[in-house]
Design a protein around this ligand. Structure first.
Ligand code: DCP
Ligand code: CA
Ligand code: CA
Length: 368
């Protein structure tokens, strides 16, 4: 079955826990910042969760024992902080909500990363995807204050590996015709699911790089690693990955966000923009065979603060008019509560249901 060309982004937030600590306390910027998981046995015991790029210059990174990190940063004016997971989660949620507005579908793959399917909204153009990424970066920088790195590619596998190439605040684009030369020189453990044991096994077989793996006889890979993994290694090393971007969990939604031609408080003017967005959303969830149960709106005010409101319907719906009515109501009510002008508006639907059984894909067996 021929699969359609896609464009997928992997967004990965830079030095996440440490960057959020810098955001909370800008005085930390410029100093080596280490966020540590203190095991509590002794004051010094535990390991580095992450560190900012200043600390990394001195060899301090995730997993290093804290006492070693202290040694390496002696006299460098370092700051050591304990993990504040709840706080990072809150910021992560805000960022994911923003990113959702830029994607046809979003799948969160960790506290600081997500896959975004952008095929439709970029008409599968890599140039448009790059522009979209710049818009997204600017919006998140302005509204939240953090940076991230992005991989742009034809599938999840390539996007993920590409996102790691230019950190921090980088963008790496790998077009379909570049996939092979991009992957070839990389070590096999760049592939998801290739751990230490597999690396050792493959080394015995004379396989070190992805190019080696891609040329290896698939039948012999199957004999060594079993059918599922053998076929996966063969396909992955050849840059083949058809896994869809799964919207998952309660945050699942389809939405659009856009800037108004002029700042306004005029409901009809706002609804013109919203109507166009609803047309796009409608097309998307209809194609996916989804019904929705929630309608939400978002407004970015002239002072750049963002407000959102949502409404749960009595029963699932599939039509456009229900979204329109709910969005209009929500905006009307919201306008009555504020006297500020609105600069950007958005609408989304969520709470999907679908009858179709979704086959579990191979790479979802590996946790990231
Ligand atoms: N993390 C952790 N222990 C590890 C690896 C990561 O606690 N061994 C946590 C802290 C990180 C977060 O997960 O901030 C995200 O992990 P990443 O691997 O994406 O690393 P960073 O975001 O810290 O850095 P980078 O800029 O390289 O993405
Ligand atoms: Ca990261
Ligand atoms: Ca990550």
């Amino acid at each position: 079955m021929p699969t359609q060309a896609r464009i997928i982004l992997l967004v990965d937030l830079d030095y996440f826990f440490a960057q959020i600590e810098e955001l909370r306390n800008p005085a930390l910027k410029g100093k080596p910042v280490v966020v540590g998981m203190y095991s509590g046995r002794t004051e010094e015991s535990g390991a580095v969760s992450t560190s900012n790029y200043t600390a990394r210059k001195f060899g301090v990174k995730s997993g290093l024992p804290l006492f070693q990190a202290k040694k390496r940063l002696e006299g460098k004016d370092p700051v050591f902080l304990p993990v504040d997971y709840e706080y990072y989660q809150k910021i992560s949620d805000k960022i994911m909500t923003m990113l959702r507005g830029y994607a046809d579908a979003l799948e969160q793959a960790g506290i600081d990363e997500a896959y975004l399917e952008v095929t439709q909204r970029t008409q599968c153009s890599y140039e448009k995807a790059q522009v979209l990424v710049q818009e997204m970066k600017q919006a998140v920088k302005e509204q939240i204050g953090v940076t991230f790195s992005v991989g742009i590619g034809p599938n999840k596998l390539v996007a993920k590996i590409a996102s790691d190439m230019h950190k921090p605040d980088g963008v790496t684009t790998v077009r379909p015709q570049e996939v092979q030369s991009f992957l070839s020189p990389l070590p096999v453990d760049s592939l998801l699911g290739v751990g230490k044991k597999t690396v050792a096994k493959m080394a015995e077989m004379g396989i070190k790089t992805i190019a080696d793996l891609s040329k290896y006889d698939v039948q012999r890979l199957v004999e060594t690693f079993g059918r599922t993994l053998g076929v996966y290694f063969h396909q992955a090393s050849n840059g083949i990955d058809n896994e869809p971007v799964h919207e998952a969990g309660e945050a699942e939604s389809i939405g659009r966000m856009g800037t108004l031609k002029e700042n306004t408080r005029d409901l009809d003017f706002i609804m013109q923009k919203i109507d166009a967005q609803i047309d796009e959303i409608y097309q998307e969830f209809t194609q996916k065979g989804l019904s929705y149960r929630q309608v939400g709106i978002a407004a970015v005010m002239i002072n750049l603060s963002t407000k959102s409101r949502s409404k749960t319907l009595e029963k699932p719906a599939k039509d456009k008019e229900t979204i329109r009515k709910a969005a209009r109501e929500l905006f009307e009510k919201y306008l009555s509560e504020t006297d500020m002008e609105i600069r950007r508006v958005g609408v989304r639907v969520a709470g999907f249901s679908k009858d179709e059984y979704r086959q579990k894909q191979l790479t979802s067996f590996f946790s990231t």
